[in-house]
Design a protein around this ligand. Structure first.
Ligand SMILES: [Zn+2]
Length: 339
């Protein structure tokens, strides 16, 4: 019988031994948007042992242009991305254990999600979470692979605790800004290029081919035909609070307690309750229906219109207020309907 991994095993740097190693590894994917969905698909097809996927959002029409695991049905059902991706990934390779989490990842969640993990892949869209990932990676000695993309531009960098400079070391020197928001739009080939760099590095780490890792930060623009690598090894700082001689992990010391935040590139405010608590969606649905409000449900979230806005309530207590850009206005709506 031809092994489903035969082509990968024939590739000498991996071989049967590398494949066996892959099978024993656990990867944490933070984010299940364009980068997360494709990285997850690749690692699932490659035959890793376990994949944990954490994402706070659900699938929308504007995602389908580039988020390759999702289809129209997911949009119509407002499927959380973590759940929708798990469904597709299990169909692709039932040997891989897929663990979806519909959650807004903060410090508390990172502490739990990184337990027993061999590698973290950054598929997020903001720096607050990347700096938390950076600190947890240093604290728990887990490598992580940074990836960012906007417009036709992308970049990637692999961070090995105790060896390479960390993200915090690079912050003042390397122009990483601007990769925080999708308001400038983004095209699929730029994303695929970031994914190619992230997943190649992931394969090397997971099969133990550390000598083959790219130690440079890579950045490119597929529209303007630029590609460059930056040697950052001299930027490792002994005074860095994340990876230096006196590690205090500054981005783990507060739990990003922003109760409300404007979501990147969308007329949406996310409200996150101070305490993580599960919300009884059945109960909420009954109350709203009694007030004559039409609700829409799936097992993971409930949504309802208010004036020109729409509120989407997740089981973990978070709420998206769509159609509003102002945090105070969004909070007012939240308190009016949800306590
Ligand atoms: Zn550092």
């Amino acid at each position: 019988m031809t092994s489903r991994y035969s082509r990968q095993e024939l590739f000498l740097p991996i071989g049967k031994k590398g494949q066996e190693k892959l099978r024993s590894k656990h990867v944490l994917m933070i984010g299940a948007g364009a980068l997360g969905a494709a990285n997850a698909e690749f690692l699932t097809r490659a035959g890793i042992g376990k994949l944990t996927i954490a994402d706070r959002d659900y699938v929308e029409w504007s995602n389908l242009q580039r988020q390759q695991l999702y289809c129209e049905e997911d949009v119509l059902e407002r499927m959380p991305k973590a759940v929708a991706s798990a469904r597709k990934l299990r169909a692709i390779n039932s040997d891989v254990e897929i663990i979806p989490h519909v959650v807004d990842v903060g410090v508390q969640e990172l502490e739990q999600l990184t337990d027993g993990v061999d590698l973290i892949i950054d598929a997020t869209d903001n720096f607050d979470i990347r700096l938390m990932i950076n600190d947890i990676s240093q604290k728990n000695k887990i490598p992580w692979i940074y990836g960012g993309c906007v417009g036709s531009y992308g970049l990637s960098y692999t961070i090995l605790p105790g060896k390479t400079p960390c993200l915090n070391c690079l912050l003042e020197t390397i122009p990483l800004g601007g990769i925080t928001c999708d308001t400038a739009g983004v095209i699929q080939p730029a994303i695929q290029m970031v994914i190619a760099h992230q997943s190649a590095e992931a394969l090397k780490i997971l099969t133990g081919a550390f000598d083959s890792l790219r130690h440079k930060l890579v950045s490119f623009d597929v529209w303007n035909n630029q590609y460059r690598t930056i040697n950052v090894s001299s930027l490792k700082k002994a005074s860095c609070p994340s990876c230096g001689e006196n590690q205090t992990y500054p981005f783990l010391s507060y739990d990003n307690l922003t109760k409300a935040a404007i979501l990147c590139g969308r007329d949406t405010v996310q409200i996150r309750p101070g305490k993580v608590q599960e919300r009884d969606l059945d109960h909420l649905e009954r109350i709203l229906t009694a007030q004559g409000i039409q609700t829409q449900r799936n097992p993971f979230l409930l949504s309802f219109p208010v004036d020109s806005a729409r509120l989407v309530v997740f089981k973990d207590g978070r709420v998206f207020v769509h159609g509003i850009k102002d945090i105070t206005e969004a909070k007012k709506l939240y308190h009016r309907y949800l306590g």
